[in-house]
Design a protein around this ligand. Structure first.
Ligand SMILES: Nc1nc2c(ncn2[C@@H]2O[C@H](COP(=O)(O)OP(=O)(O)OP(=O)(O)O)[C@@H](O)[C@H]2O)c(=O)[nH]1
Length: 159
């Protein structure tokens, strides 16, 4: 499960993220608590071509509420956005779920890289902002940032 490092540059400062990939299967649930208990951020991925992966997100959010840090940064990601012909979960469904839980949402593709850098950058920005919060600094809103930066799989075919 542990670890890959990812370095992103946030406002000229290099931030190192240590990424743990916890397997999503039910049978590993009991052991994954220990892995994410101390995490500062959690990326919850489902597969847009797999309904059961989307359906299990609610259970994960409930669990996280119980076991994760109270101020953990959570982001919902609908992965495999490149596989549009096999899509079963609409972007709107991801957006609605994310809105319900007040978390930012992106569709990503690990294959093409769509929105992947943005997901890590948004997390790093949020964590950096929280760590160095100054009284006179404008607040950083991760959801607004993600909304303003994201690329939609349905557009931008010229890219
Ligand atoms: N087309 C496409 N395939 C992907 C994408 N992301 C992952 N895959 C493929 O999906 C399969 C599963 O990927 P994994 O990274 O092993 O998935 P996982 O959910 O981490 O698997 P577990 O660790 O067993 O829970 C692999 O064959 C990947 O190449 C994507 O964005 N697009």
């Amino acid at each position: 499960m542990c670890c890959k490092n990812k370095v992103v540059t946030v406002d000229g400062v290099r931030v190192k993220l240590q990424i743990w990939d916890t397997a999503g299967q039910e049978r590993f649930r009991s052991v994954t608590h220990a892995y994410y208990r101390d995490a500062q951020a959690l990326l919850l991925l489902y597969d847009i071509t797999n309904k059961s992966s989307f359906d299990s997100i609610r259970a994960w959010l409930t669990e996280i509420h119980e076991y994760a840090q109270r101020d953990v940064v959570i982001m919902l990601l609908g992965n495999k956005a490149d596989m549009s012909s096999e899509r079963v979960i609409r972007s709107e469904d991801g957006e609605t779920l994310a809105r319900e839980y007040g978390v930012p949402f992106l569709e990503t593709s690990a294959k093409t890289g769509m929105n992947v850098e943005l997901a890590f950058l948004a997390i790093a920005k949020e964590l950096k902002y929280r760590a160095g919060q100054q009284a006179n600094e404008p607040s950083f809103q991760i959801r607004d940032y993600v909304e303003s930066q994201k690329k939609r799989s349905s557009c931008c075919s010229f890219m």
